[in-house]
Design a protein around this ligand. Structure first.
Ligand code: EPU
Length: 425
């Protein structure tokens, strides 16, 4: 397993280009299952999670062509779906594989998708995905760890329905949205997730011929159509990667320019960074950020979009660890997303947890140590903490988590002047 070696205390300077958003790319790749025509995608990020999903799609029978001159450009053609099955070997690697369930069922009339198990950050059930599909008249049986979904109507089509999910779920909204596009009649999805990645998927579905109203709101109204066609789409920029680089410069100090991003998707994060003392200026899709002091402590409470994203909680924890005072971080989305706390403690952070709240007392300096990445955003948090650990060496183990969601992070940080090295094993 690869490790990262980081010599802390180097300020960051220069320019970094943001990749396509992981959490938009994953559902958008699955949307290719809804048509037998080619879907051309641009700005697809080079990530392990994307590769895993491509393997799931290839096993189903999707033809995936890569452009050798532009690896971020992929064409998917789901002309011949040979087996509408996503088995455990791949689903256990990435729970977002559940996103094939809605489109496969809508397109083929049946699908078998392994039930994702628990995850390091929480139990993460998929009951709302199932409840929504059942409301659309799908017959669902869970047996031997698989979700067996089928449609028993003569025309093998889902039926439009009014669905109110018990809580806001991002991939749940995406699964039901994709399924509803090919259903008979109108589906109303209430309590829908408003995350920009859901809107990116919906906009691409509209280009494929779907009829969707309310994009970007918590009520999506979908008029099912007989058929969707192929299209071409550029994946939106990754707002969490953007936020992670901003936290890195806020922690390490320096002055950076972030390009190919979408600042309008980051309001809650930018507000908190400004409160922490980061100087920010924005021009279209570019963010300039400068930091020449220790960050001020900021209180964070994670909520659904447009609130503060849970996917930025760990990175802000790293920042608060070296801030000039005390702060609280409340995690309301996932029940176990504080695993980075014990690793930060190994770097000298002063944090204690009481239920869903972490109380952080900023220390003047973090020290280097060997730490272990436990999940994707926890890994990013450790990288940020290590960059800020003054003239000290940190080894981060199990960085395969990082490779799932950050494209070439050590190269991008290296260009900004960080002393960061991958140790291959
Ligand atoms: N939930 C249920 N039942 C469901 C669905 C969700 O109880 O059927 C609960 C979850 O357990 C959680 C809450 O609802 O407590 C919200 O979960 P959600 O379904 O919104 O999460 P997700 O769709 O599985 C996506 C992102 C996550 C991100 C969350 C929250 C993708 C592929 N993943 O997960 O991204 O943290 O939304 O914004 O879009 C990451 O990128 O590091 C990551 C974990």
């Amino acid at each position: 397993m690869d490790k990262l070696k980081i010599e802390g205390g180097k300020k960051l300077f220069g320019s970094v280009k943001i990749s396509g958003a992981k959490n938009a790319a994953l559902p958008i790749l699955c949307a290719a299952l809804l048509t037998d025509e080619p879907v051309i995608l641009h700005n697809v990020p080079a990530l392990h999670d994307v590769n895993t999903l491509i393997k799931v799609l290839q096993q189903i029978g999707v033809n995936v062509e890569f452009n050798p001159h532009d690896p971020e450009n992929i064409t998917l053609t789901a002309k011949n779906i040979k087996s509408p099955i996503a088995n455990y070997d791949l689903v256990k690697k990435m729970r977002a594989s559940i996103l094939v369930l809605g489109p496969l069922l809508a397109r083929c009339g049946h699908a078998v998708v392994s039930l994702p198990g628990g995850c390091a950050i929480g139990a993460r059930p998929v009951d709302q995905h199932i409840k929504g599909l059942q409301a659309m008249q799908a017959h669902i049986e869970i047996a031997h760890g698989d979700i067996n979904a089928s449609i028993h109507n003569l025309d093998k089509k889902l039926q439009g329905a009014k669905i109110v999910t018990d809580m806001i779920t991002v991939t749940g909204t995406e699964n039901l949205l994709m399924a509803a596009c090919l259903a008979n009649g109108r589906t109303i999805l209430e309590n829908a997730a408003r995350e920009p990645e859901v809107a990116d998927l919906a906009n691409m579905l509209v280009k494929m011929g779907a009829k969707i109203q309310g994009i970007g709101t918590d009520c999506l109204i979908i008029e099912g159509v007989e058929k969707l066609h192929g299209t071409e789409h550029k994946i939106m920029p990754d707002r969490i990667e953007t936020g992670t680089f901003l936290c890195a410069v806020a922690a390490a100090g320096g002055e950076i320019t972030i390009t190919h991003t979408q600042p309008t998707t980051l309001d809650a994060v930018l507000d908190k960074l400004i409160e922490a003392g980061l100087e920010i200026s924005i021009e279209d899709n570019i963010i300039h950020a400068k930091m020449d002091k220790r960050p001020k402590p900021v209180n964070i409470k994670t909520t659904e979009y447009p609130g503060f994203p849970t996917d930025m909680q760990a990175q802000f924890m790293a920042l608060n660890c070296i801030s000039t005072g005390a702060s609280t971080i409340s995690e309301t989305i996932f029940e176990n997303r504080f695993m980075h706390v014990q690793e930060l403690a190994r770097l000298g952070a002063n944090i204690h947890i009481d239920g869903k709240v972490a109380f952080v007392n900023g220390v003047h300096e973090l020290q280097g140590a060997t730490v272990m990445a436990t999940d994707l955003r926890a890994s990013a948090c450790l990288v940020i903490a290590a960059l800020a650990a003054h003239q000290d060496t940190t080894i981060i183990e199990r960085i395969y988590h990082l490779d799932r969601g950050y494209s070439h992070i050590e190269d991008k940080l290296g260009i900004l002047g960080a002393d960061i090295q991958r140790i291959k094993e």
